[in-house]
Design a protein around this ligand. Structure first.
Ligand SMILES: *[C@@H]1O[C@H](CO)[C@@H](O)[C@H](O)[C@H]1NC(C)=O
Ligand SMILES: *[C@@H]1O[C@H](CO)[C@@H](O)[C@H](O)[C@H]1NC(C)=O
Ligand SMILES: *[C@@H]1O[C@H](CO)[C@@H](O)[C@H](O)[C@H]1NC(C)=O
Length: 339
């Protein structure tokens, strides 16, 4: 009698806990429409992959903060190029594109890579040709806004830029640059724009234990053409494993991708770490080498518990991200204090 009552109580508490936290959508930055779109997809019976794809695609269409989609972050030639990735945490299938040109729906192309090829990552001009063959429309990603950013940069002697150990002095002049024979020891400049945000990274979990993650970005403004950041790199920009959880990162991708923070966070949660603690350890690992890097990460485990962490850097002390679960509709803005 006592035992069965106890079991009954445990069952009720367990299932209440479950239903209140799942399904779950979380994404980096206050990109609320993206969260709402993904949530709507889940509620109308769509899969977690559909939710992540449509949520990130919403950001690509709305040019979230100018840091996702067309018309933002022109490179040294004034061109906008896109990086995106999507991961299925049930099968560990991944599709990604990097340095994608002339196609607005980068995460759609990433999903096509996953579903219509045996590959994981397609890049550059060839990725655009693949996209066109798969029915995506090629169009100019340049806008007045991106043209304006580019022309201001040219007028200002191409400052800032990402060159080093070249001549003429990249801190004073535009290129073309030639390599210098002697390397100067230089500290890494704070480039990544902490004010304009960057990159949507999104995680979706449903009540049946399916987990997916994805990213989309137009990368860094004034990047060297061909530069690919962390977003389309598996385990760096995002990672999902339905048996452990998921994570997605944002920030200075050139640094962050060296540490596979999303992979690390998921493995820590697999070993039992709380999502916030897993996120924090992933950031700490980077901080040890690059103390004032700009970056943040979101983490969720399979029961729908979530957390985030960010590195306190000049101009960046709080990180905002969005959450939707059955208790948080419409999407709720979470704020994480950086450490
Ligand atoms: C979000 O969606 C609403 C309604 O469709 C729209 O009015 C608003 O401009 C969108 N927000 C952004 C930042 O694009
Ligand atoms: C872009 O700029 C051109 C020339 O200044 C102008 O004619 C055009 O209307 C602008 N387009 C948009 C969408 O603002
Ligand atoms: C997820 O994290 C919460 C908070 O730490 C914890 O209570 C829960 O047991 C975790 N779920 C799993 C499946 O590890």
């Amino acid at each position: 009698m006592f035992a069965s009552l106890l079991i009954f109580t445990l069952t009720v508490r367990f299932s209440l806990g479950q239903t209140s936290r799942l399904p779950l959508v979380i994404n980096t930055w206050p990109f609320k429409n993206a969260t709402a779109t993904a949530w709507g997809v889940l509620l109308s019976g769509g899969s977690v992959l559909d939710a992540v794809e449509k949520g990130c695609a919403r950001c690509e269409m709305e040019q979230c903060d100018g840091s996702v989609g067309y018309g933002g972050s022109p490179d040294e030639h004034g061109e906008t190029t896109l990086d995106a990735m999507i991961m299925n945490g049930d099968t560990m299938d991944v599709g990604a594109v990097a340095d994608l040109r002339r196609i607005k729906n980068a995460i759609g192309v990433a999903r096509a890579v996953m579903e219509h090829t045996e590959h994981t990552l397609l890049v550059g001009e060839s990725a655009s040709v693949f996209a066109e063959n798969m029915g995506f429309i090629a169009e100019d990603l340049t806008t007045n806004r991106s043209l304006n950013i580019f022309s201001q940069w040219l007028k200002g002697n191409c400052q800032p830029n990402y060159r080093k150990n070249v001549f003429p002095d990249p801190k004073k002049s535009c290129g073309p640059y030639k390599p210098m024979a002697t390397m100067k020891q230089n500290t890494r400049a704070q480039h990544a724009n902490v004010h304009s945000h960057d990159t949507i990274g999104m995680i979706a979990l449903d009540q049946d234990g399916h987990v997916a993650a994805g990213t989309s970005t137009n990368g860094l403004t004034h990047k060297v053409p061909g530069r690919v950041g962390d977003s389309p790199i598996v385990g760096a920009g995002a990672y999902a494993d339905s048996s452990a959880g998921a994570a997605a990162a944002t920030g200075d991708g050139d640094v962050m991708m060296r540490f596979l923070p999303s992979y690390l966070a998921v493995e820590l949660m697999r070993a039992g770490a709380d999502p916030s603690a897993a996120c924090k350890t992933a950031i700490s690992r980077i901080k040890r080498h690059y103390s004032d890097f700009f970056g943040a990460i979101i983490c969720a485990n399979t029961t729908g518990h979530y957390g985030a962490a960010c590195n306190k850097a000049p101009g960046f002390s709080q990180f905002h991200y969005m959450v939707s679960n059955p208790k948080l509709v419409p999407p709720f803005l979470e704020t994480e204090n950086c450490f």
